[in-house]
Structures are given as C-alpha cells and as structure tokens.
Design a protein around this ligand. Structure first.
Ligand code: C5P
Length: 218
C-alpha cells in the first residue's frame, strides 16, 4: 500500500520491538519505538538531577529536552540534547524510572503529539508502544495487541540483556502493574485490536501472521 499505519501494543517482552522492526522492513516502511522516547526523556530527567517526585521540575526538564528520533527499522538511533543515548536508555537506571516518568500527563501529551507528527509525515510506519491503538493512532490500518506468558516474556528479555530470569520477571511484573494501573492512558487492548499470543511462536511466524492480516485489510 501507498500509506499505512500499523499499531503494535502490548506489555514488555511480548516481542513488540523485534516483530515491529521486522514488519517495518518487510513493508519498506519506517519504525517508531515510542517506549524509547519515554526512555530518552527519562534519561534526560535523571541526567538533570531533579527529584523524580518533583513533577513540575520533571515536566520542565522533559519539555526542554531536545529529542532526535531515529526511525530506520534496521538502526533506530536516538539522541537527547545531542548525546547518543542508545545504550543508556536500556540501562537499569532508566528502566527503573521510566514508568514513573511515563505516568505524568504533561509528559504523555508532549510525546503523543510528537508521535502523531512523525506518523503524519510517514507513508508506511509501524509504531510500537502501550497506547498506540487507543490514543496515538486510533485510525491505524492494523492494530495488534501482542502478549506472551510471563515466563516467556522474562525469558526473552533476559536473553536480550543477559540478566537473571527471575529478576527480569519481577521487574516486568512491576512495570506491567504501573503501566496498567496509571490513570492517564494505561496499557490496555483497544476494542478493535487483534490479540496475538506469541508464547511458543517464532519471530518469522509472528511477522508472517501480521503481514497476512495487513494484506487482508489494506
Ligand atoms: O517498550 P519499553 O519497555 O521500552 O517502554 C518503556 C516504558 O515506557 C514502559 O514501561 C511504559 O512505562 C512507557 N511507555 C508508555 N507508553 C508507550 C510506550 C512506553 O507509557 N506508548
């Protein structure tokens, strides 16, 4: 298709990133990792040294952060205030603080607007996050909600970061709880999204399934 927007939502470790990047490449489109945007803002907040509990200051730092967002599905490169943050945004400090920063309404409003601008400018785009189908791109051509068992998700994440499976499972449970219970735009499945449980499925299998869904829609 000339133009298409695919929304991929789901909890951490459901396979969203790998699948979204592969799908974007397959449709010759770009890829937007909205979680990385929340992470880059969180990195900037931590860097500034403001107290995370001081919401006004956190919002101020977030607003003043100059974000550069890469959308190449093969190498999505991010910078915050001119600094390469690709490695730092995956570190434990950012992972530990990101859900709290992402729960602040003004931070979400700012990033959602930014995300919508990137989507409007693209011809074909795969967007992954928690609130893409519900808030960011409710008119997306395809909306998928990826899930997987808690054990499978922890297994995948710890293989990626070379961390302990039990600790990873506990951290995923903590973030799921925060992300699903926050008042503004919590993680939830859109009524018109197709749920796909990827437990035990290989990446190719998931990508092919999404390509079939997309071909039958557009
Ligand atoms: O997907 P990832 O694990 O990188 O996302 C990091 C965090 O960013 C999530 O745990 C969530 O708190 C937040 N997030 C969000 N809305 C999105 C994407 C991510 O609140 N659309």
């Amino acid at each position: 298709p000339e133009r298409c927007v695919v929304a991929v939502d789901g909890p951490s470790g459901s396979g969203k990133s790998t699948v979204s990047r592969r799908l974007a490449t397959a449709i010759d489109g770009v890829y937007l990792d909205t979680g990385a945007m929340y992470r880059a803002i969180t990195w900037s907040v931590l860097q500034s040294g403001v107290d995370l509990a001081d919401t006004d200051s956190v919002v101020k730092v977030a607003m003043e952060t100059d974000l550069s967002i890469g959308t190449d599905p093969l190498a999505p490169h991010f910078e915050a205030n001119g600094v390469d943050v690709d490695a730092a945004i995956r570190g434990p400090e950012v992972t530990g603080a990101v859900s709290a920063v992402a729960a602040i309404p003004q931070v979400r409003t700012m990033l959602v607007q930014f995300q919508q601008e990137i989507i409007s400018a693209a011809s074909r785009i795969v967007v992954e996050g928690r609130d893409i189908a519900t808030v960011v791109a409710p008119d997306a051509d395809l909306k998928v909600y990826l899930t997987a068992s808690a054990a499978a998700r922890a297994q995948r994440r710890s293989a990626e970061d070379a961390t302990d499976v039990a600790a990873t499972q506990a951290d995923l449970a903590r973030r799921d709880r925060l992300d699903s219970t926050r008042t503004v735009d919590p993680l939830r499945q859109a009524v018109d999204a197709t749920e796909l449980d990827t437990t035990g499925m290989g990446i190719d299998e998931v990508v092919n399934r999404l390509l079939d869904m997309l071909n039958s829609k557009v």
